[in-house]
Design a protein around this ligand. Sequence first.
Ligand code: DGL
Length: 248
Amino acid sequence: MKVGVFDSGIGGLTVVKSLLEHQLFSEIIYFGDTARVPYGSKDKNTIIRYAIEAVEFFKNFELDMIIVACNTVSAYALEEMRESASVPVIGVVEAGVLATANALSNKEANVLIIGTKATVNSKAYENSLKKLSFTNLNAKATPLFVQLVEEEIYKGKILEATFEYYFEGLAHPEAVILGCTHFPLLSDALRNYFGEETLLIHSGDAIVEHLEREFSFAEKFKEPILKFFASENPDALRKIANEWLYEK
Ligand code: DGL
């Protein structure tokens, strides 16, 4: 099984990490559109155009599927990507919604969705969760978290102040959907802030759960081939991949 993983930049490596932990693929081709990140502040048409270009890029490889690690792209461009691809295209939003529904039996549980402005404005998570009868949903765009993670700020005063800025006055959530590739790197800090009992829904784990349900993986691949491509500065991507995948 050979998979292409697409993200607007480096954040999708958090999804690659989950794929590696579960040893599902023999080869992972990662493409980060580092020249044009962030997507989370762009409009729908631009996001769709960039996403279709990513599908074209992946046509250079004989893939079995494409995973869209980027929540923003998953929220806006999945259908269009599916129309131009000849392999299954799997997005993190659907997977995250199903993981939330599997984890929470109480449909009145307070669920907080955090993501980029575009993801939150799309209401992709909210609409799908409402269809599954969830009634108590809050969504908050928290774009500063992307910058903090890119600055490798995973704890400390600036992060705590940003938590206060975004979350002060919000009802205490029973679950938080980490609706952005970068946010799993803030899991420890979010757990400290909200408390251990708050469930964090991680796109990478959600996608693995979804893949294992939908496809049959007969083999495990302990040492898959990993190839990293970026539209700008691929060396920086490879360096971060080494840190995030093997050290964090
Ligand atoms: N990868 C994006 C996401 O998951 C975050 C970074 C961006 O804004 O492009 O929504």
